[in-house]
Design a protein around this ligand. Structure first.
Ligand code: ADP
Ligand code: MG
Length: 469
């Protein structure tokens, strides 16, 4: 027998209506959760309809069931109930494991299409509406060699906005702390000057608001808000503007208006200004005119410190051998690192076990079964040696002869591109070289790749094909 809700949905067109119901419920939940939690725990979940007296939810792995049951299930069921306007929504959930969701969730996040334009908020905004994430502060940002410069420049912006580093351009890979730093700048400025008018938003939202304003004849108030009523503009993920000529044009004028009135501008991107595809030259040169700082994947000690800080703030007891194991295993991305720690903590709590090495290993095996088979620095080194016909010892040696230095640079470049390993760590793994040596090797090969150098493209392509990446 179908539940009342299912029957009701059936009348309005079956699955489609149910899916809309789920979307509405998600929209509602989104307003109650932090973006981080929403993205991590609810976005990857799929609504599988209603059967008998159960809601079917498809999840990427078992931990979602555990975590969601512990934290969000009541809220989900309540929201479904209120969206359906029906008190008889089933109270049970049937979880269905769907491993493809894990990849899908990741892919969707990486190439998210713009959501339907949202109406901009009324102006002017009060400071507390700056949309800053309250969790992202300087005090809980762990500083290490990989992010030192970006951190120092951010702190300077936070204490003296619009003066020393303007604009500040922070770039680096996914999950390495750009959004955290930018929010922390906003908080620091507000702390000194609670009246500062701070706008924090993604370039995607800027685009959507701009389009909305054009369509609804609100362009003047849009310009007013971004050019005249703003003291600090924090624009996240500027690479979203790639190829969007008209929005770039608008942003260019916004930038100039703010810049000429000494207002602080901070921009983040996943790549260096010149590498942003389809970006107007004049914007690129604006970005480069101030301070450009990168965030790299943190090296081992910083990863350990991040885990410890996170554990402390979440009230998780984390022994140093477990921290070391996790930091050694999850290398490239702080978001992954934090997610792994939380999952282990959830598991420990649910099973009533201590967080020890066994549990950590076991959990990593189940949530990241590919971890063992994932490409490593050693794989890349080995295959590069095979391709060029040199010995591993030569690859890691200090010899500068082109016959070994070229393969070494190629291997470093592939490691950096494909694994996101930090420069200092790559230095270590290539026989204890300085990180600046690695940086210049990677730059050199990047330049040759861009220049379509046939020998480089051939080598990189062949090695990557062998690796199956
Ligand atoms: P990005 O914007 O570069 O993709 P985020 O700023 O969203 O990355 O960072 C991802 C997660 O990792 C966030 O939860 C953030 O707080 C955390 N994080 C990143 N770097 C650090 C760091 N150095 N210290 C503490 N937490 C960090
Ligand atoms: Mg970000």
């Amino acid at each position: 027998m179908l539940g009342t809700l299912a029957r009701k949905c059936g009348i309005f067109g079956g699955l489609v209506t149910m899916e809309r119901l789920w979307e509405q419920a998600l929209g509602n939940l989104k307003t109650h959760l932090s973006p981080e939690n929403f993205e991590t725990w609810l976005e990857p979940v799929q609504f599988g309809g209603i059967e008998h007296d159960s809601v079917i939810l498809r999840i990427p792995n078992q931990f979602f069931a555990e975590w969601i049951s512990a934290h969000y299930l009541d809220m989900i069921l309540d929201t479904l109930r209120s969206e359906a306007g029906d008190a008889s929504v089933p109270t049970k959930v049937r979880w269905e494991l769907d491993e493809t969701l894990r990849e899908k969730a990741q892919a969707a996040r990486e190439s998210a299409p713009p959501p339907p334009p949202r109406a901009p908020r009324p102006t002017p905004r009060a400071p507390e509406m700056a949309d800053l994430n309250p969790k992202y502060r300087f005090r809980n940002f762990v500083v290490g060699p990989a992010n030192q410069l970006a951190h120092a420049a951010s702190v300077a912006c936070g204490s003296d906005p619009g003066r020393r580093y303007n604009p500040l351009f922070i770039y680096g890979g996914v999950g390495l702390g750009k959004t955290h730093l930018v929010n922390a700048i906003g908080h620091a400025i507000l702390q000194r000057n609670p009246r500062a008018r701070i706008l924090y938003l993604s370039a995607e939202r800027f685009t959507n608001e701009f389009i909305w304003s054009l369509q609804n004849h609100q362009i003047n108030s849009f310009r007013e808000r971004y050019r005249s009523q703003c003291d600090v503009l924090l624009m996240d993920d500027i690479q979203f503007l790639a190829g969007r000529e008209q929005t770039q044009e608008e942003f260019f004028h916004t930038f100039n208006a703010l810049y000429h009135s000494d207002k602080q501008i901070v921009v983040t991107s996943d790549v260096y200004p010149q590498q942003i595809s389809e970006m107007q030259e004049r914007l690129i040169s604006r970005f480069q005119s101030g301070m450009v700082a990168d965030v790299q994947a943190p090296e081992l000690d910083t990863r350990i410190a991040i885990l410890q800080k996170k554990a402390e703030s979440e009230g998780i007891e984390l022994e140093s051998e477990v921290a070391l194991f996790l930091a050694q295993t999850v290398r490239s991305n702080v978001r992954e690192l934090e997610g792994t720690l939380l999952r282990i903590a959830v598991k420990a709590e649910l099973l009533g076990l201590p967080i020890d090495l066994d549990l950590a290993k076991e959990t990593l095996r189940t949530i990241a079964p590919n971890q063992d088979t994932a490409t490593t620095v050693e794989d890349i080194q080995r295959i590069a040696c095979g391709y060029f016909g040199i010995r591993l010892a030569d690859l890691k040696s200090r010899r500068r002869h082109r016959a070994v230095s070229f393969p070494r640079m190629i291997a470093m470049y592939i490691c950096r591109q494909r694994l996101g390993t930090s420069y200092p760590e790559l230095g270590e793994r290539f026989g204890g070289k300085d990180h600046t040596t690695v940086i210049s090797a990677v730059r050199k090969i990047s330049g040759l790749v861009e220049a379509q150098d046939e020998r480089v493209l051939g080598a990189v392509g062949a090695i990557e094909r062998k690796l199956g990446i």
